[in-house]
Write a protein that binds this ligand. Structure first.
Ligand code: GLY
Ligand code: MN
Ligand code: MN
Length: 539
């Protein structure tokens, strides 16, 4: 009996702690993941350098309401910290504190504040950052302002240049103050121009035998940047007539770069390289986001009817996301009926009835930071018309060709090239275009992008490597009034799947969402729990 009671008591304690643990999800990236990523950054940094990362700004929506805060993806990747007004420093080598202790990274976090937390939610504070995120060294953000960090002792201060979309708030150590303090401490020139620095770096690393080509490319590039067209060194390099003059200018550029240690291009390269390849832990979350989104597509197929509005369709997808615990959408949801589908990023979603048109639905759940990007195009009445199916099948075949080309070692452009070839041939066969060059008129966007913490994720655009996730998303859009037979007008089709590039070939992570016309029509015949969901009529 005693044993039984003891057992029951332990079971009760276990349940109590389990329920407690379930107050928040427990499948976030572990602290070790972020620590490992910081170590990878450190390995890629030049000697004697420091990397400086800032949290994303808080953005005001109107009056005293801010937009939902979303952490900067690089910052999240390296810390797991989801609050604003914070700063991360990573050092290439161990630094020594006054008391002799060593450190090679520091997080300056938002200070705890009882009143602010009562209104806007709990903050981790320094203790939380140490205990939950595993930082050995962390301070309140205001301690950065008063710190005597000497940035001039480093050969390189790596940072992302500022986009000027932050503003000073009431907090004495908010992002505005942290950036101002960093600029003061690092002697950031008031006329600092990140693009100019990048072009100078390119000139600095140009070999003499390539210098004529580089000068020519820079000349074209300068046309896009009004403020750089009068930069003497850049203009002289572009206009130089021989290698000797270009070498002289390269020396001057190198001297100029040595005049300060600020480097706003190296981190981009480091983060592109790291974030392109997904770790095991990232793939778990990314797959989950994609599968949730695919289930959303399937549920909408079951529920769809011609009387639904675009907004209602959007709501069904997003309800499924929330049901699975996905916090956000990775980008504004796109639901376009008929001609609205021809607007590539149509987000008004305000047509009251989709009628008998095709409905293009491009949506992605964001699960613990990782976002999906899945598009299905389906006939609202459950059956593709002859013309709709003809266009759909071209896009489908283009996508199949694109997915097949998504293999380790292939050029990043390979899926796009495979897809446009199929679209061009298909549109010519239907008499919609006369030559392959015209295909871009009806397929005006790229076929693939990386996917991860950002919907258009960071990457190097080099030949595909294992454990990269990309989209393959061909489309054909024939707006009203197009220069072709009227019967095609208002047909817009995009099919988008999320593809893992693996050593065993492409893996379609969104395959749970029906994709062939037959599978879609079959899914649309299935009953939906929403069939009986009736709300009262309001005036
Ligand atoms: N949903 C944005 C895109 O497909 O790239
Ligand atoms: Mn996409
Ligand atoms: Mn998309």
């Amino acid at each position: 009996m005693v044993m039984r009671n003891l057992f029951l008591f332990s079971f009760f304690l276990f349940c109590a702690s389990w329920f407690q643990a379930q107050e928040v999800p427990n499948d976030f990236l572990p602290a070790d993941f972020h620590k490992g990523r910081r170590q990878e950054v450190r390995k890629a940094m030049p000697p004697n350098s420091v990397a400086v990362f800032f949290a994303a700004p808080v953005r005001n929506r109107a009056n005293d309401v801010d937009y939902i805060y979303h952490q900067d993806p690089d910052f999240y990747y390296l810390t797991g910290y989801k609050e604003p007004n914070a700063l991360l420093l990573i050092y290439s080598e161990m630094q020594k504190d006054n008391d002799g202790s060593g450190y090679d990274e520091v997080l300056y976090a938002q200070k705890r504040d009882e009143k602010a937390e009562q209104w806007n939610g709990k903050r981790l504070g320094v203790e939380g950052v140490k205990n939950k995120l595993g930082f050995e060294r962390a301070f309140n953000a205001e301690q950065f302002l008063s710190s005597d960090i000497n940035f001039s002792m480093f050969d390189n201060v790596l940072f992302f240049d500022f986009k000027n979309d932050f503003r000073d708030g009431n907090d004495a150590a908010d992002l505005f103050d942290l950036i101002r303090s960093f600029k003061e401490k690092s002697n950031y020139p008031s006329d600092y121009n990140a693009t100019k620095q990048q072009l100078y770096s390119i000139i600095k690393s140009t070999e003499v035998e390539n210098s004529a080509n580089v000068a020519q490319t820079l000349g074209r590039y300068l046309n896009y940047y009004e403020e750089l067209k009068s930069d003497k060194l850049l203009v002289d390099f572009v206009d130089a007539r021989d290698d000797k003059s270009r070498i002289e200018i390269k020396e001057k550029v190198t001297l100029h770069l040595q005049s300060n240690n600020l480097n706003s291009s190296k981190l981009e390269e480091i983060m592109n390289t790291l974030r392109e390849i997904k770790t095991k832990e990232e793939l778990v979350l990314l797959k989950k986001a994609v599968e949730i989104s695919a289930v959303g597509q399937l549920e909408v197929m079951k529920a769809m009817h011609p009387n639904m509005s675009e907004m209602e369709i959007q709501g069904v997808h997003e309800f499924v996301y929330k049901k699975y615990g996905a916090e956000y959408e990775g980008y504004p949801s796109i639901v376009g009926g008929g001609n609205n589908g021809c607007i590539l990023h149509y987000i008004e979603n305000n047509k009251p009835k989709v009628g008998n048109d095709l409905v293009l639905m491009d949506l992605g759940a964001e699960y613990h930071g990782y976002t999906a990007d899945v598009t299905r195009t389906i006939p609202a009445n459950g059956k593709f018309s002859k013309e709709q199916k003809q266009i759909y099948d071209i896009v489908f075949n283009a996508q199949e060709a694109g997915i097949k080309a998504s293999v380790v070692g292939a050029d990043f452009q390979a899926p796009g090239q495979a897809a446009i070839d199929v679209v061009a041939e298909g549109l010519m066969k239907l008499g919609i275009i006369d030559s392959p060059e015209e295909a871009r008129k009806y397929f005006p966007h790229g076929t693939s992008h990386y996917l991860g913490l950002d919907v258009h994720d960071k990457g190097t655009y080099q030949p595909f490597r294992e454990n990269t996730v990309i989209t393959v998303e061909p489309g054909i859009y024939i707006p009203e009034g197009s220069d072709c037979d009227k019967k095609w007008w208002g047909i817009a089709v995009r099919i988008e799947d999320d593809i893992l590039i693996s050593k065993n070939g492409p893996v379609n992570l969104s395959e749970m969402a029906p994709r062939t016309t037959e599978a879609i029509e079959a899914a649309m015949k299935l009953p939906s729990p929403l069939d009986n969901f009736k709300l009262p009529q309001l005036d």
